[in-house]
Design a binder for this molecule. Structure first.
Ligand code: B12
Ligand code: SF4
Length: 489
């Protein structure tokens, strides 16, 4: 074998109780660059393939020259286990991703690591891999953001890639806004960097052929509609190709929607449109610095509903100046707008964000490592990881419970009652609970009825095989949507 050809093994940790959506896009992008250069890559993405072999088995079978691990604050416990197993083999280890970017100073103490890469790594990965050797102490590599127009298509040398039904892609990177809770500017900068819409479409045409089981595409941009004409050009091309895939665009903002975009998304079988509200309290909302107004959000929500598209709203509890009382304004807004899905998140103040600075000066942040505000499929939410004098931990828990009960969070089911009851008792939320139970019963019955009717229609028209396929499709976007509140964390 060519001595210059390196074998690169990349890992993404699985988050406990969190089902996969799609293969990790960042690792697919790095694979694209490395494969183009002639290196051999294998990706073990436990988020995508839950039952993949243990890291030490991958190391023994693949015999890599270097190992890379992508890091998120929410999955550090699992990532740490991977690093532990890999480091038994004395191979050079590089880490990158959002957590490595935000928390590189803390990671620098970990001598199992050799390279800590901050930012988007496409322009440094080849040099790193080709020159990799073990280091006394981890070396910090600050990557400059590449121009996405110049990058090759992602590649998917993922373990278990045959099962790939969802294709991840980006039409742009970066976001010019400065929301207080968001870490995007640290990872992918405030400079919005678009790709050519036609190139994005040709990537999908290639993907359709390469992955025959593909059912949907998710656009994972930081902010996909900074320039509406860009999104329209992409959607036009997408619809023209008649790819017969469902297209989900996440992280949409109210000011990025108009009649044409919503109508095109509908035609592209987009299963729902999400909007980040963050807070319904004017004072709290203003301090987020979203660069849009609550009125714009109300209007965009109306627009989505007028087009008959399911709407999801995302709120964050615990933003600057928030309190139990002020959470009631968010609940009131949610009740007024009546979205089809709603996501309530408890704030996680990441290092480097404005909300973190506020907490450092005005409150307290507990350990955020491995913390996730996100509620898993079984409806368990992590404890609040921050508090302020006006919003104690107890009040935050009460605010959260009040919010999910009063606004019918879709993930909340009757089977959660045994788990909910002690909390309802603790926070004296009996009235909210007693109102929720009958509403939920009606909802469950309606849901069952409509699912049954839809199944019968498809069964009569298309037979058993296509019906089964559609049933899977029907479930997939719902699972995808459950991952939408990342911006609120
Ligand atoms: C799409 C997205 C999601 C998707 C998919 C995530 C995925 N794993 O693919 C979904 C919706 C599932 C999701 C979920 C969550 N997300 Co999210 N998500 C994003 C978003 C908007 C874009 C990510 C993306 O695909 N970028 C494009 C690719 C190309 O970039 P990348 O993956 O970062 O990879 C590049 C670099 O990081 C680096 N790199 C990455 N890995 C490695 C490894 C090595 C070895 C090297 C050298 C380099 C390297 O090079 C890559 C190529 O440029 C980011 C925002 C952002 N800009 O980071 C938030 C973001 C990453 N998410 C965030 C959060 C908090 C979450 C959740 C915890 C939310 C929640 N409460 O549930 C969950 C948990 C994620 C998990 N892994 O379990 C935070 C992460 C902060 C942190 N400190 O970790 C971000 C930064 C947004 C924010 N709130 O500020 N998310
Ligand atoms: S939350 Fe969204 S709009 Fe706000 S800064 Fe982050 S990416 Fe941009």
């Amino acid at each position: 074998m060519d001595a210059d050809r390196k074998r690169v093994l990349l890992f993404n940790a699985k988050r406990e109780k969190c089902d996969a959506v799609s293969p990790h896009l960042g690792l697919a992008m790095l694979s694209g660059v490395l494969i183009k250069r002639g290196h051999e890559v294998l990706v073990a993405d436990y988020q995508f393939t839950h039952d993949a072999p243990r890291p030490r088995e991958f190391v023994a079978d693949f015999r890599p020259d270097i190992v890379g691990v992508t890091l998120y604050t929410a999955t550090m416990k699992e990532a740490d286990r991977i690093i532990g197993e890999v480091s038994e083999s004395d191979l050079p280890i590089m880490v990158g991703g959002p957590h490595a970017t935000l928390y590189h100073e803390e990671l620098a103490k970990d001598t199992r690591l050799d390279y800590i890469v901050t930012g988007e790594a496409e322009d440094v990965i080849v040099e790193l891999v080709e020159g990799a050797e073990r280091q006394e102490v981890p070396m910090l590599v600050r990557a400059s953001p590449p121009d996405p127009k110049l990058l090759p298509f992602p590649e998917f040398p993922f373990y278990g890639r045959e099962t790939m039904t969802i294709y991840p892609m980006q039409t742009s990177r970066g976001c010019p806004h400065g929301c207080s809770f968001c870490a995007v500017h640290l990872v992918s900068t405030r400079r919005w960097r678009p790709r050519e819409p036609e190139v994005c479409v040709s990537e999908l045409v290639r993907a359709r052929t390469a992955f025959p089981n593909l059912m949907s595409v998710i656009v994972f941009d930081d902010n996909p509609t900074v320039r509406k004409d860009h999104m329209k050009q992409f959607l036009e091309g997408y619809l023209r190709e008649k790819l017969d895939l469902m297209l989900t665009v996440i992280n949409t903002r109210a000011d990025g929607l108009d009649e044409e975009i919503v109508s095109m998304l509908r035609k592209a079988k987009c299963p729902s449109i999400g909007l980040g509200v963050e807070s319904g309290c004017r004072e709290v909302f203003a301090k987020v610095g979203k660069g849009e107004t609550l009125e714009e959000i109300r209007a965009a929500a109306e627009l989505v509903k007028r087009h008959g598209m399911p709407l999801s709203l995302c709120f964050v509890i615990g933003l600057e100046g928030d309190s139990l009382e002020r959470t009631k304004d968010s609940i009131a807004l949610a009740k007024e707008v009546r979205p089809n899905h709603i996501f309530w998140n408890l704030i996680t103040p990441f290092k480097g964000t404005r909300i973190r600075e506020w907490y450092d000066a005005n409150g307290r942040v507990f350990d955020v490592i491995n913390h996730s505000s996100y509620v898993d499929g079984d409806f368990v939410c992590d404890e609040p990881c921050a508090e302020s004098p006006d919003f104690t931990v107890q009040d935050r828990k009460k605010a959260y419970l009040m919010a999910i009960l009063e606004t019918n969070d879709n993930r909340l089911k009757l089977r959660h009652i045994p788990r909910l009851l002690p909390q309802v008792r603790e926070h004296h939320l009996f009235v909210a609970f007693l109102k929720w139970v009958p509403r939920q019963m009606v909802k469950d019955l309606r849901g069952l009825g409509s699912l049954g009717r839809r199944t019968l229609v498809v069964l009569q028209q298309e037979g058993f095989g296509p019906t089964a396929r559609k049933a899977v499709q029907y479930l997939q976007p719902r699972r995808g949507l459950h991952r939408q509140p990342d911006r609120g964390a």
